[in-house]
Design a protein around this ligand. Sequence first.
Ligand code: GDP
Ligand code: ZN
Length: 317
Amino acid sequence: MKEITGVVVRGINNIYTVVPENQMMQLSTASSYFCRIKGKVLNGVRDSYNPLAVGDRVIASIHANQEGMIISKLPRHTSFDRWNAKRSMNQTLVANMDLVIIMSSVDAPPFRPRFIDRALVCAQHTPVLIVLNKCDLDFSEAEYERFCLYETLEYDIFAMSAFDDSGIKALRSRLMGKMVAVIGQSGVGKSTLVNNLVGGDIQQKTQEISQKYQRGRHTTNHALLLDAQGFTIVDTPGMRELLIPHLDVYEVADYFPEFRKYRGKCNFQPCLHLHEPDCAVKQAVESGAVHEDRYESYLRMIASIEMRPESWESERT
Ligand code: GDP
Ligand code: ZN
């Protein structure tokens, strides 16, 4: 029996595939171990739908037949969290990513800045790259401006078409050496992009891996970290909606960089920038200094948090 520090590259039916940390850059040829969690609670993890997510670093003890037991989870640097409405809990989709690509499309499905705004909150402090795919299709000027707004807010943006190799090549160079996740609504082109970057059919790869170890017959709709020669990437399939994680309502404003310079300037302290008189943020919206549509996103987020069941609050304390 030996102990390793490893990274969770896949989790399904409470069996986690763990790859030794020092082999992560050669993921396709790395050893992998099938691990269960020792005991029910891992390091006191509570209030979360899933104790471990793809990207988590763990200590595992390895037994025979490439199997092992996860003993502990190491602290996360970053995590991409969402609210799981069905279970009324936060859910971590991926952890410790160096970069999260928030992908949207020009059309089919239509451009949805509201989704991007929510994803920016879910990403918390993970660096992000906001990608606009399907640029081979027609885009209105107003929508293009809304997309470019993110750049003025100092987010990195990238416009591309998954069908155009030069764009993919330029994107690839930005991902080297990183552990990357792709987040986006169904249909925006995540799988097409990831297939292209990984050089093959992910669905097929996923199935090959499953067959090899005869595990996880339900191979659809789960995250899997893949080798993309020089970086690793995970597609997060099957995302119909994305709700911001449960957090203190007053923290939501921290994810709106354009509100920052008004911090402390509202008449009411603390201010939620809703109906308070002499609110500096609201005045900035009226003068056009803060984009109206971003403020609308903010209002919806506050409302969505306030609508959550109180049972969640009482269970936490
Ligand atoms: P996912 O659900 O985000 O993984 O999206 P898919 O990768 O399955 O793509 C959904 C559809 O969009 C497929 O029919 C793709 O061929 C198509 N698609 C992907 N990228 C592009 C693109 O850049 N331009 C156009 N026109 N279609 C694309
Ligand atoms: Zn205010």
